[in-house]
Every structure is written in C-alpha cells, then in structure tokens.
Ligand binder design. Structure first.
Ligand code: ADP
Ligand code: MG
Length: 314
C-alpha cells in the first residue's frame, strides 16, 4: 500500500480500537485464512469463579458412597485447596482462594509452594504435601485420579475446569490420597460467537488452542460455534508456538489471538499475532496488532480494515 493508504488504514484501525504495529501487518491481515483463538481471557472473560467443591474418597476403588468417618467435608477440601493456591497468580488459583473467602472458609498458611506450569500447584501444609491440579499432576506423583473420573467428566462437560485436590501425609505411611475436586468456570464473552460466525462467513477457518482439557475446551467451542475437530486442547505453555507453527506448516496463514504470557511465543510466530488489550504486556509486545476493546469481533474489524486499505491502491 502507499504510505498514505497505510496511514489512513492505521488511523481507521486506531479509531476502532485496533492498533496495527506497522504498515506490513496492515497488509498481511487481509490474507489470513485461519484464526486461532486462545480460550481463557480471549474467547472467555478470563474471570474464573469457583462453582463446585466435591468430596471424593480416593480409597474407594468402586467410587461408591461409604461412611467416611475420616473423610473430609466440602469446606475442608476447599480449605486445603485454597491454602495450597494462595501463592499462585493463576486465574484458577484466584478463583479458588476468592471462592473460599466468599464461603467463609479461611485459607491457612502454606510452608512451601511450587507452581507446576500447565499442571497445577504443590504446596507444603504442615507435615503434608498438597496437590491441586489436573490428572497428570497427580499421576506424576503416583496418585491415581480415577476415583474422581465421573465427577471430573461431569464438571468438564459443563464447560468447567475441574481440578483434583490430593495430599500426601508427612509421616509417609499413606502413599497419597485424593480428597476432592474443585471446579471453576468462566463466562464466554458476549461477542465470541458472532466473531466466529463472521470469520467463517468470510471463509476463514477458526480454531481454538488451550492448555485446558479436551472436554472443557470442546464444551466452550460448542458455545461459540467452533468445530470440535478444530480444538487443540491440553497444549502446554511452551508448546503453543509449536502448535501454531504446525498449522502454518500446512500452508495456512494464521492469525493467533491471545492474551496471556503463555501466548506470547505463539503470537510471535504467527503470520499475524493479535493481542487482547487487557492481556499481559508480554503478549502485547509479542503481537503485531492489539485489540484495545478486548472484543473478539474486532478481529474481524482488523481484517476488514486491511481489506479496505489495500483496496484503495487498486
Ligand atoms: P490455560 O492455557 O487455559 O490458561 P494453563 O496452561 O495455565 O491453562 O493450565 C492448564 C491446566 O493445568 C489447567 O486447565 C488446570 O487443569 C491446570 N492448572 C494450571 N494451573 C493451575 C493452578 N494454579 N491450580 C490448579 N490447576 C492448575
Ligand atoms: Mg488466555
């Protein structure tokens, strides 16, 4: 495009809350044939709220009900989870800690805390080690998550992120026990479905990339109109950029849309990286375009401004 057309396009974009970092990205955007959305904070509001606390007795092989003289109550499961999560900045951790507070459950102090990226947290609470996270987190330390399988599946098919709570007692005589499940949910942004449908009308393929599990991801995909076959779930933070590269290796021109620190490398390798304005600075720096209104529909606007700018030179 001519410098004048580029300037007009950049100005029109800015007036619509779409900030292009340069003339070349303004030209590229119209050629995007695949838009890959991050889920949390991009298609959803990114404000997780605690929805469920379920006691699970990990010692019951058949998953049935039993008298649990030594079992924990809901509040005790929640207290363990909140105590372990207090040191984490993750949106899921905040949902658990705030949810506990709202229910009048005081989180205790953890003596040690470790983030396990893409999996959960582990904390030292008194003589015990407490784990809160996904199935893999528990399997990796030899705790069987299967007694909670049905509970997990039910919550996930409701689009919630379900997390296992387990502890290993300090005396070391019990291996580790699963004590419960907590779940958090996020609301899908009001315009996510409209954005997906406008992109599809244009012939652009729409995909979702998330660290969250398959079942939750699919439930959210269904709400916004993304084909379940186009969902890439359980992608570890360090693997998101590889996932985008793999899609581009099929000859596609990908616009990646994301908000998190986790998304930054993927935004950088994408043909066009598009950051949500309320997202982290790292994501905004890595991206070529920033959507100031945090509205997924502005993805469509970015492509249209690019179309219009290039049309002017013909
Ligand atoms: P996303 O890409 O959705 O932001 P992450 O890669 O951060 O997800 O995490 C992937 C999964 O790991 C989460 O869906 C959750 O099951 C688990 N997880 C991550 N962090 C935590 C945490 N602080 N507490 C519990 N579970 C967590
Ligand atoms: Mg995100």
């Amino acid at each position: 495009a001519t410098p004048a057309a580029t300037m007009v396009g950049t100005t029109i974009g800015a007036g619509n809350g779409v900030l292009f970092k340069g003339g070349d990205v303004l030209e590229r955007a119209k050629d995007v044939d695949t838009v890959v959305f991050d889920k949390t904070g991009t298609l959803t509001e990114g404000e997780m709220e605690l929805t469920d606390v379920v006691v699970v007795d990990g010692t019951m092989a058949d998953g049935g009900q039993l008298d649990r003289p030594e079992g924990l109550t809901d509040d005790e499961v929640l207290r363990l989870a909140a105590t372990a999560e207090r040191g984490s900045e993750h949106p899921l951790a905040r949902a658990i800690v705030e949810g506990a507070r709202d229910r009048g459950v005081d989180a205790g102090d953890a003596d040690g805390f470790e983030n396990v990226p893409g999996h959960g947290v582990r904390a030292t609470v008194g003589a015990d080690t407490v784990f809160v996270g996904n199935r893999k987190l528990l399997r990796d330390v030899g705790i069987d998550p299967s007694p909670a399988a049905e509970t997990m599946e039910r919550l996930e098919s409701e689009g919630k992120t379900a997390m296992l709570v387990a502890r290993v007692s300090g005396d070391g005589d019990s291996g580790g026990e699963l004590v419960g499940v907590v779940a958090a949910a996020d609301t899908v942004k009001g315009s996510s479905a409209a954005a997906v449908s406008a992109l599809r009308d244009r012939g652009v393929d729409v995909m979702m990339l998330t660290g969250d599990n398959e079942r939750t991801a699919r439930a959210v995909a269904e709400q916004v109109g993304i084909d379940p076959a186009n969902v890439r779930a359980g992608v570890l933070p360090e693997d998101k950029s590889d996932a985008v590269e793999a899609i581009q290796d099929e000859g596609r021109r990908v616009m990646m849309v994301g908000d998190g620190v986790n998304d930054a490398p993927a935004l950088a390798v994408a043909y066009v990286g598009c950051a949500i304005g309320s997202g982290t600075d790292v994501a905004i720096e890595a991206a070529d375009v920033t959507l100031m209104r945090n509205d997924p529909l502005d993805v469509v606007k970015a492509i249209r401004v690019s179309d219009a700018t290039l049309a002017k030179i013909k």
